[in-house]
Design a binder for this molecule. Sequence first.
Ligand code: AMP
Length: 425
Amino acid sequence: MPKTKTTPDYDIPPSHDIAPVDSFEDLDLDKRVLSGIRDMGFSTPSEIQKKALPYTLAGYDLIGQAQTGTGKTAAFLIAIFQRLLKDPKKSGTLPRALIITPTRELAVQIEREARDLGAHTGLTVTAIFGGVDYREQADTLRKGVDIVVGTPGRLIDYMKQGILKTAGVEILVIDEADRLLDMGFIKDLRFVLKKLPPLTDRQTLLFSATITFSVVEATYHFMKIPVEVSATPESITVEEVTQELYHVSRREKFRLLLGLIGRIDSTKILVFANTKSGVLMIKERLTRNGFSAQALSGDIPQRKRLKILERFMKGEIRVLIGTDVASRGLHIEDVDCVILYDIPQNPEDYVHRIGRTARAGKSGVAISLATEDDAYYLEPIEHLIGRKIPFRVAEESELGEESQMQPQHERERNRDRKTARRKRW
Ligand code: AMP
């Protein structure tokens, strides 16, 4: 009778917990990796790094619950660098590490952090995503690169053409797994995962802001038995964010925004709206009222989006307005104020929006504006974060004065409406 196999043929994680580390020096890291950590000014590991690195450096697969802002990128990059430096190159010019991430911006940010953090390692990294020169990225891949970070669509394109070869992948990272699934990338993710070397021949790390059943289900067959660590066990709201809420009428909402932006002493303010038209309306009216503002919506060409982001990061634009899709996972330094112009319909988006501020231990404020249109979305949010958001009713003295000139898009909309009405009659 054939023997049934009960234990997997790889090292399963120990049944006892490996103690988190308190310092990077305790991790026995390659000195080229340590130099990068020092150059970045990271004095102590963040919570997710403390908990994940003892396992990932020992070679185990891992599921980490951590949202953007917790230092998860460095957590997986350090594991990648250490692994690639420890073993000599086996695969010629083939990529040895693959990072799958949902958005182009996130891919660019990870590439940037990998270049900075890995500056002394001699390892090469490239970001692969749609919307930019296809040939340029293909050439980089053909020349050979150690670490590839990309969005699923473009990765698959190159894989199908044989330009991106995955046979040499020793370590795989699935970043923001919940968002990959939310954005409908499940099939693409499976396609990539199936083309990789067998799970026993590689290490797989998965990070997600929330570890839902669908995340685990989608990736279960592609991972060895993983260790699970969480950086935010007690509450998923970033603790350092001061949350405020204004109740205001629909009619006065924009004036409240003007008042807030006029009063807030911050050089980088991120404003979220629920719709693209809302984003454009806010941008136009803020600009007309003398504020330096830019919109970041999904349909703006990639190059332009990156340019806008860069200018915002340099402090050349004071207010950046975006929707969730456009802004998810953005890694923007020093945003100390986030304004939720609309209350998100999906409570998890609230957590992600306010998580743009108070990153990596800094403090920040998140101000939400609720009107008769969206106040009822607050209850599920407060349920999710497990607390009531302190609120106040906006007073007349807190509202800004808006320039009376009618914005162009409103003029056009009114004109279109009039024309439509005339046609109907
Ligand atoms: P992430 O969650 O990966 O988006 O990281 C958020 C920010 O934290 C980035 O600006 C990182 O450079 C920074 N960061 C990562 N690890 C550390 C650390 N150990 N100490 C201080 N900052 C860090």
